[in-house]
Each structure stands twice: as C-alpha cells, then as structure tokens.
Design a binder for this molecule. Structure first.
Ligand code: GLU
Length: 428
C-alpha cells in the first residue's frame, strides 16, 4: 500500500508563507495537549477554500488599476465562516490564510457557531479617495459573490476598513438579491442593522481581558502604567477604556510614530485630535518617539494593537513590561514568544484578547437574523460574560497543563473544532 506521503503531496502549498507557518507552528505546539486524532489534526492544517480575484477599479483621474484580492475560508465545521476584510499593502494569500486559521480558533474559543475566514485587497488605502475605496469595495464584493452569504461566509471590518466599507458591501450584496440583507456583514452602521457597541467592542474587549488577568494576578488595574501600540479602532479605544478604569497610558503610537509622556497622556483629547486629523501627525504635546522605542519603554502592560510581527527574536529580550496584551492578530513571532516564555512575561493571546470584535459581530448577526435589537447594556454584559468564560477556561488549562496562555487558548479552540469534526465524520 502506498504511504500517505506518496498519495498526497503537501509541501509547496500556495499559502505557505512565514505568517502561515507561524499559525501552523502554534497549532503544532498546542496539538499534544488537545487530544486530537492525527487525521483530524491533519485536516485542520489546511484552509477549506481559498479564492483569488482581481478587481479592476477606475481611479478619480480616469485611469484603471487592477487590485489583487483574496478570501480564505479555513473551516465551516461549526457554521458559516466569519472574519474581517482588510485593505493593506501587505495583504497576500498566505497572510489571509494564517488570519483565517486564527479566526477558527478564536470563534471556537468564544463558543460562537462559526469557523474562520479572512480576506482583503492589496492596496494602499491611505493614497485612495473615498470614491476609489467605494468602487474597490463594491467590485471586490461582486467578485466574492459565489462564495459569500449570511449562512456561508460573513465579512466584517479589519485593518483600514470600517462601518462605511461594510455598508458598501451590504448594499452591493443586497442589490444583487433584490432586498436588504443586513446579515451578510457585521460592523455595519447602526442605521442599516449594525449593532450598538460593535464599534467599541474589540478595544473594550481587550481591556475586559486585561481586567480579568489583573484580578487573577492580584494587580490593581487602576495602578498599572500602560503603553499602547496602535491608536486606531482597537488601540485607540483600548487606551480610552484603560484611562476610564483609572490606569495611566504613558505612550501610544500610530502611522505617524509614537508619543510618550511619563506622567501620562491625555487620551480623550488625543483621540479627538486623531479623529479630526486622520492620525496623530502634528500632535504637539509629549515626547516624540519611534515605534521601536515605544515597544521597549518601561511599563506594566504593553498592548499590541497595530499589526502582526512586532515582537520578534530581535527585540523580545529588550522589552521592559510585566504583561503583554495582543489586541492585533499575530503581533508576536514564534521566536519572540519563546524569549518571553523564557523571561516569564505572560502574553494575553490575540485569539482571546481581541475576540470582543467577533463576539459582538455574532450578536449583530443574531439580531439581524431575528430582526430584534438589544441595547448597549445588554450587549456589554453579554460580551463580558463570554470573554470572562473564555478567559477562565484558558487560565485553567494553562495552570493544569503548565503551558502558556497562548497554547491554552489554542487548546480550548482546537479541542472544540476537533470534537465537532469527529462527530460529523468524513464526507463522502
Ligand atoms: N477583524 C476582526 C478580527 O480579526 C473581527 C472579525 C469579525 O468581526 O468577524 O477578529
């Protein structure tokens, strides 16, 4: 009989890039603790479906440009696939695949009836007008029509996309169907079926997870000095929530660089400034520092809310924080992770820490399907309940199995997907 290697050739896969390898290496670290049959684990190493499109778009000056776009759906075992759409110059098939894999474990960890997906368009959104972004979004949505749907794959905002992007996606899809289909995307404006508190959910969720961790570590959140990398929808709101709970935010950064004040920053005023100006470019108070310097500041809690691959084998040994919270997806490389484990600096992992976004996305989808809407207090309370429940399971696994919080979170997510896949069996 031929060996498995002879019948199936699994190297040189199209999504095999450094970030995808990171996602799979993390999976492999968790597998020994997750009690997953070998053939089930093998299936979960690959996305179910990957879609590549090219989107021709007319620019404001009349020229036409073709943008590459992607959507990767990792697992539909537990339900429709779910995940963001990003506009960024680094978007590739491999990046979307890695992010889709993480979405699967994130949804399972939070016990949401979804699998993971991620998509995006490789473009420079900062150099594009609103009209160009609208035409790109509509064309990308049209290209995805064969593989999306409220019971198939549901998009949401991610890097450089927002409620307006989701409104264009919802409208494009609805025009094809001939009636309004709010449940095709989440993170929409409230006027077309969006949920209250979705906009704040990721950043607020980051701080709910930090607060739970502080309780367990017996630290007072109000006494912590925090540094926040990223000042967008995740970092900006996390910084505000930290300040509201009495913590001090010493430094923040965005595309324009970092701002530092050892006495603490005036976050509400800075948020208003960034909102009005598009970034912190031109903000005059405090000391200007580079992104690298910001990461290495002495502090209690370092919140990573910018992008992947920020803490690496190169800088992990120089960090001077006591706890890391991953608001972005994949901000710590494998080498960075190993050094921080060695240094006993705990990391609140991305699939738990930034799960507030997809959790309120789930609430939004349920409200859209039921045509019945909840208020802010109900949503905030339901979110806290879900995050605390996931946090407690992760904390318990980490203690019992003597593994990092990241491995524990992955074990919790992978175990549930594996059980479901085992129960469903192999088709045909
Ligand atoms: N893009 C967000 C994430 O990475 C949200 C996804 C969603 O709400 O579906 O979790």
């Amino acid at each position: 009989m031929a060996s498995v290697e002879e019948v199936g050739l699994h190297d040189h896969l199209e999504w095999d890039t450094p970030l995808y390898r990171t996602a799979i290496a993390q999976f492999d670290q968790a597998i020994p603790y997750a009690n997953v049959p070998v053939d089930i684990a093998e299936r979960l190493r690959y996305p179910e479906r990957a879609f590549i499109v090219s989107c021709p778009v007319r620019l404001d000056d009349g020229r036409r440009v073709v943008f590459p776009g992607y959507r990767v759906q990792h697992s539909s075992v537990l339900g429709p696939t779910k995940g963001g759409v990003r506009f960024d110059q680094e978007v590739t098939l491999g990046e979307c695949a890695a992010l889709a894999v993480w979405m699967t474990w994130k949804c399972a960890l939070l016990r949401l009836p979804y699998g993971g997906a991620k998509g995006g368009v490789r473009c420079n959104p900062r150099a594009m007008s609103q009209g160009e972004l609208e035409r790109l979004t509509r064309r990308f949505t049209s290209e995805l029509l064969p593989i999306i749907g409220p019971q198939v794959d549901i998009a949401a905002p991610d890097m450089a996309t927002n409620a307006q992007t989701m409104a264009w996606m919802m409208d494009t899809y609805s025009m094809q169907r001939g009636f309004a289909v709010p449940e095709i995307v989440t993170g929409k404006p409230i006027s077309i079926g969006g949920s209250v508190f979705r906009h704040e959910a990721t950043g607020a969720g980051v701080v709910m997870v930090i607060a739970r961790a502080c309780e367990r570590l017996e630290w007072k959140l109000a006494e912590q000095r925090c540094v926040v990398q990223g000042f967008g929808n995740v970092g900006g709101i996390a910084a505000q929530e930290l300040v509201e709970r009495g913590a001090t935010v010493l430094a923040v950064s965005d595309v324009s660089g970092g701002v530092y004040d050892p006495a603490g920053l005036d976050i509400p005023t800075m948020s208003a400034f960034a909102k009005a100006n598009g970034s912190l470019e031109g903000w005059a108070t405090g000391q200007r520092i580079s992104n690298e310097e910001l990461l290495e500041l002495e502090c209690d809690i370092l919140v990573l809310a910018a992008r992947e691959d920020q803490i690496t084998g190169e800088n992990a040994s120089r960090l001077r924080c006591r706890l890391i919270a991953e608001g972005a997806n994949g901000p710590t490389s494998l080498a960075g992770d190993a050094i921080l484990r060695e240094r006993a600096i705990p990391i609140l992992p991305d699939i738990l820490t930034n799960a507030g976004g997809v959790t309120v996305s789930y609430f939004e989808w349920v409200q859209d399907l039921g045509r019945l809407f909840w208020n802010r207090d109900e949503i905030r309370a339901k979110l806290a309940e879900k995050l605390n429940d996931a946090f407690d399971r992760v904390w318990e696994i980490a203690g019992e199995r003597e593994v990092t919080l990241r491995t524990a979170a992955l074990v919790a997510g992978i175990r549930d997907v594996s059980e479901a896949l085992t129960a469903r069996g192999l088709y045909p």
